[in-house]
Design a protein around this ligand. Structure first.
Ligand code: SF4
Length: 308
């Protein structure tokens, strides 16, 4: 199934069946912390990236496998709302299953009324907001030149007015980039204006696109959480021993280790060799690292995995 990965265990979404709506690193942003690497196609052209009927066929097939699925999640290799078929897909999936639909978005198109309407069938939308000011927006997200932070914030506010289901705002904090006292205070104002059911604080815990993207400490995140208020929680996972109880496939673990044994490889190398979706691979690599079967090595700004 070309457009589906998982279900992968997710702390927030339980078992999440990923639906990948866009080609690899197709996104209006080029975030310094992106775990998928640098953006190769920075675009704001919303289009039917893949035939929507083919994506729906893959979802149907995945549902027939009768695996535990808590959410069908539109996310993947770039910004899912770039796919102009997203509304049709959400509506069609609703006709064939009761499993809730989640959409993870970088908020870049929420200013667009037609996109906001497309997202209304979703049960949960998680828009991210990594900046409260234009300068920080440019430094963190390196957006397409047509986007600005006011447009992003207005989009989230408009969507909140129209969307009656769950909305969780995700804020990624990067040391020295968007964690100043001023920026955090402005974030708090925006949170009170957008009324999310939850605010999720994250930081850089996976290899980022840029070496200079460093995480905040647990203490710093907790202080920010306390400042933001009681609907805010820290979702960054520092303690790998607390990774979710996973039911990952032992066979897949074995083929990943066999590959890594031969030579140090990057995430993209493993993806190209084994055809496993990057987002699913990230979960396996975290577990293998936690179990001390592999280790990460940085070489000239690139993260490689090798056996211990
Ligand atoms: S983190 Fe998300 S929004 Fe940012 S560049 Fe990567 S895919 Fe795009």
């Amino acid at each position: 199934m070309k457009y589906i990965y998982g279900p992968v265990p997710s702390r927030r979404l339980g078992f999440s069946l990923g639906v990948d709506l866009v080609p690899y690193k197709t996104c209006p942003f080029d975030c310094i912390y992106c775990q998928l690497g640098k953006t190769t196609d920075k675009t704001i052209a919303r289009r039917e990236c893949f035939p929507k009927e083919d994506i729906l066929r893959d979802v149907r097939k995945a549902l027939l496998l009768d695996k535990k699925i808590d959410y069908i999640t539109f996310s993947g290799s770039g910004e899912p709302t770039l796919n102009s078929g997203i509304g049709w897909l959400a509506r069609e999936i609703k006709k064939i299953t009761q499993i809730p639909i989640a959409v993870l978005t970088n908020s870049s198109f929420l200013w667009d009324k037609s996109l906001r309407e497309d997202l209304l069938p979703a049960d949960l939308v998680v828009p991210s907001l990594d900046a409260a000011t234009e300068e920080v927006f440019k430094a963190m997200n390196r957006p397409h030149s047509s986007l600005n932070i006011d447009k992003i914030v207005e989009g989230i506010k408009e969507f909140r007015k129209e969307f009656k289901n769950e909305l969780w705002l995700e804020i990624m904090l990067v040391k020295g980039i968007n964690d100043s006292k001023d920026e955090i205070e402005k974030f708090k104002e925006l949170i009170s204006e957008t009324h999310p059911e939850k605010v999720h604080l994250n930081t850089v815990v996976r290899p980022p696109a840029e070496e200079f993207a460093h995480p905040l400490s647990v203490k710093e995140l907790e202080e920010t959480r306390d400042f933001f208020g009681e609907n805010c929680e820290v979702i960054a996972r520092f303690d790998k021993s607390r990774l979710d109880k996973l039911s990952l496939s032992g066979d897949i673990e074995c083929v990943i280790i066999e590959l890594i044994k031969r030579r140090p490889v990057t995430l993209s190398d493993i993806h190209s060799s084994l055809g496993i979706h990057r987002n699913e691979l990230i979960k396996y690599l975290e577990i293998l690292e936690r179990d001390k079967k592999i280790k990460k090595v940085d070489y000239e700004g690139v993260t490689y995995y090798e056996c211990k």
